[in-house]
Every structure is written in structure tokens, then in C-alpha cells.
Design a protein around this ligand. Sequence first.
Ligand SMILES: Cc1cc2nc3c(=O)[nH]c(=O)nc-3n(C[C@H](O)[C@H](O)[C@H](O)COP(=O)(O)OP(=O)(O)OC[C@H]3O[C@@H](n4cnc5c(N)ncnc54)[C@H](O)[C@@H]3O)c2cc1C
Length: 448
Amino acid sequence: MEQQHPTLALEETAIQDLVSHLRGALLRPGDADYTQAARVDVIAAVNFAREHELTLAVRGGGHSGPGLGTCDDGLVIDLSDMKGIRVDPSARTARVEGGCTWGEVDHATHPFGLATPSGFISTTGVGGLTLGGGIGYLARALGLTIDNLLSVDMVLADGSFVTASAQEHADLFWAVRGGGGNFGVVTSFLFQLHPISTVYGGPMLWPIEQAADLMKFWRDFILNAPEEINGWFGFVTVPPAPPFPEQFHLQKMCAIVWCSTAPLEQADTLFQPIRANIPPAVDFAGPIPWPVLQSLFDALYPPGLQWYWKTDFFTDLSEKAIDLHVKYGAQLPTMYSTMHIYPINGAVHRASTSDTAFSFRDANFAEVIVGVDPDPANNERMIQWARDYWLALHPYSAGGGYVNMMMDEGTDNVKAAYRDNYARLAQVKATYDPSNLFHVNQNITPTR
Ligand SMILES: Cc1cc2nc3c(=O)[nH]c(=O)nc-3n(C[C@H](O)[C@H](O)[C@H](O)COP(=O)(O)OP(=O)(O)OC[C@H]3O[C@@H](n4cnc5c(N)ncnc54)[C@H](O)[C@@H]3O)c2cc1C
């Protein structure tokens, strides 16, 4: 990350001046509600931070692993009260304000039998997930979240308000589709919706001893399956709770979590090769309302856990890479820790590597190795595991990772995440945020 602005002592009169321009509350250390979300007027807050050279953070859903939705000794624009969602069922679009979560979007669109590609957990913020790309259950069928983004309303570093789309500020619209929060505060997103209501999906589990065979089967299946089928691979520890059968509680197992948007009557045929060739020990796949699938794992990952993640994209899953996965997957350090591989072929490949800031359009898989636990005492152990696992696999990767699943890893890893798009991103950054006001993110250095 870039050097943060120094903290300046603020005059009380300047603070009161800001308060007089806000419709919501300004919360400060010592105020009773300081830890609660505050709604601030975005333009006034951006101007205030710039004029007073404050470190400025922008919080959408608060799911950033390295905590990039907040900062110490600076100003946080917390969008979490901006919850407006307007669905236009005839145009099949949704206008979504910057503080919404994906669960809230599903809640608004599902009554119309509509949805847009998001992620795998409904508590994640629309803001950060979308701006980094958005990899989810509908990726093979409908692309990344950004591939379904029609426009954004934004407050820029100079306090101006713009709409960016393919027609207006096209350079900015290119950059926000993968470039994260580098370019301004997105106050609302306009998404294309699709007729998605009840899908066929859910988890299947296999004994970890079958990991190598299952990974090979899954790799070949998902590279060739119809685009309507998605299924991510994971190493998991089975939670000690229903609906999981007791004999598997706390066992390390392999999982594939499916989501098929093909007509339900085709599901048995589509899933027959899996059930016949490599029968799962636990099979929960079946018809399921989209918002239920999307929120299936919410309770497993409540707020307040310690997170450490490492990521890479892969074009291929070689035999050697699979051997390494088998080794490290068997060593999950805590019950919450996991490794996921998300398929990003199919519709994700329809855009080219330079069509949006998200550059890994030629990769087939996104890997995330996640050390998670409630107890900070386990941090060292789970961080070591995640680093060792990532280091072992990295030589087989496509060379960079997904910005939404990186820690605060510095400029080289940000450059690796954007590859050839980095230089263009740096130019757009220089146009819209030349002084790098928005630097609490996977930061792109403004360069002409
Ligand atoms: C439990 C969990 C599950 C996840 N699942 C998925 C998944 O399935 N697919 C996937 O692609 N990713 C997933 N992620 C990663 C997720 O996309 C990123 O953590 C993302 O940054 C979270 O966005 P947020 O708005 O919740 O976070 P925040 O911490 O609020 O923000 C993250 C970054 O985005 C910026 N930002 C947020 N909103 C705005 C805005 N409106 N305008 C400008 N900048 C903004 C912030 O400034 C910050 O830099 C998951 C993360 C977690 C913790």
C-alpha cells in the first residue's frame, strides 16, 4: 500500500462545519454509537477528507479480509445505511445502493423470479464484491458480477458526482469493473437481472481419501459441462450440526457445491455422471430456491472471525498440483479453514482479458486458501498453513490472484492481479484520483 496521509489535528470548528452539512450523524471516538455504522453524506465526507488530508476508507459490506473497509485515525464513509433497491421487472434491472448485501438484493429480486450473478455467501457486500469482479454460482452461466453491471453512480475524489457506463465515462466504467474502490465511492449500481428462481444445487461430500480421484473427475467434468452447471470444489471440515450425518461431524472431507440453472427436469440426467462415476457419501443436491442456496453457508461465517487468505488463478489443474492439494487439504488447521476452487470458464470467457479491468479471463479456476477461526491464538498456525499451501501451488498458477481475496500484500501482487491492465488502470486512476485519496484498497498508483 501507499503511504497513508499523516493524521492531522482537526479544529473543532471544522468538524462542526462538516456536521452541519450532513443529514446523518458523524460518529467520533467516545460517542455512544461510535462502533455502529454511520450514514454520512458522501460528497461532503469526500470533500472533508480531501481538504483535511485525512486517511479515507469506504465501507460497503465490511467483508474485506484485510479490513480495507475501515481505517484508524481517519474518516470512514460507512455506506451500510444506504439500503435502497429498486427492481424494474420489465427491464429486468435492479438499482442497488452502495451499502447493500447480496442477501438484500436477493430479497428484492426473488419475488420477481429474477437474480444477478453474485458470490457464494449472502452477507457479502455488493460494493466490494462487484468492484473486484464478483465470482459466484452463476459465473459459468452468466459471467462475473461485473459482466452484468450496466452503470454506476459515483462520487469522485474532487467531490463531483458522475454516472459511468459504456456510454458515459467509459474509461471509468472499464476501470471499476475489477479495479476495486480505487476510483471513487459508488453510491449505486445498476445490474442486469435474469430469470433465476429455483435452481438445482447444494453440497455433495466425499471422504478425503478420494480427493485425488475427485479433483481429477471434477476438473474434467467442469471444463466440459454445459454452462448452466456450476460446482466449486472445496476441502472442508464438516460442521458438528444437522443436517450433516453424525458420523461425518468434524471429519475433513471434500465438497462440491453445485448450482445448475438448467431446466429442473434435466437435472437428473445432468448430474447422473457424477452420481454414477464417483458417488458422494453425502448428497444434498436438489431443487433449491436461489436465495436459499446463496445463504446456505452464512451461519458458518458470522462476523468477527479472524481471516487470512491467499489466492491465485489457474488455467489448468495438473496432476502435480492435485498432489499438492491433496497434501495440504488434509491439513486444514481449524474447523473454519478451507480451500475453494471456483470455476471461471464458460460465460466468464466471453469477455477478453482487456475488456474490463478484471484480467484473468483466460484462467479456468480461481483458488482461495482461507485460514479462519474465532480465536486469535490460532492465527499463527492457520496463517502458516495458508502461506505454505499457497507457496507450494503458486508455481503452477497463472501468476496472479483475485483482488477480492488478497490480504494487504503490496504493489507487486496488485500488479500481478491486473497483468497488462495495470498500466491502463494507473492512467485512469491519475485522471480521476491523481492524489490517491482512495488508497485504502488494493491500491493502484496513479501514473500518467
Ligand atoms: C465470508 C466471505 C465470503 C465471500 N465470498 C465471495 C464470493 O463468493 N465471491 C467473491 O467474488 N468474493 C467473495 N468474498 C470476497 C469479497 O468479494 C471481498 O471481501 C469484498 O471486498 C467484500 O466487499 P464488502 O463491500 O463486503 O467489503 P468492505 O470491507 O466494505 O469493502 C472492501 C473494499 O471495497 C471497497 N468498497 C466497498 N464498497 C464500496 C463502494 N460502494 N464504493 C467504493 N468502494 C467500495 C472498500 O473501500 C474496500 O476497499 C467473500 C468474502 C467473505 C468474507
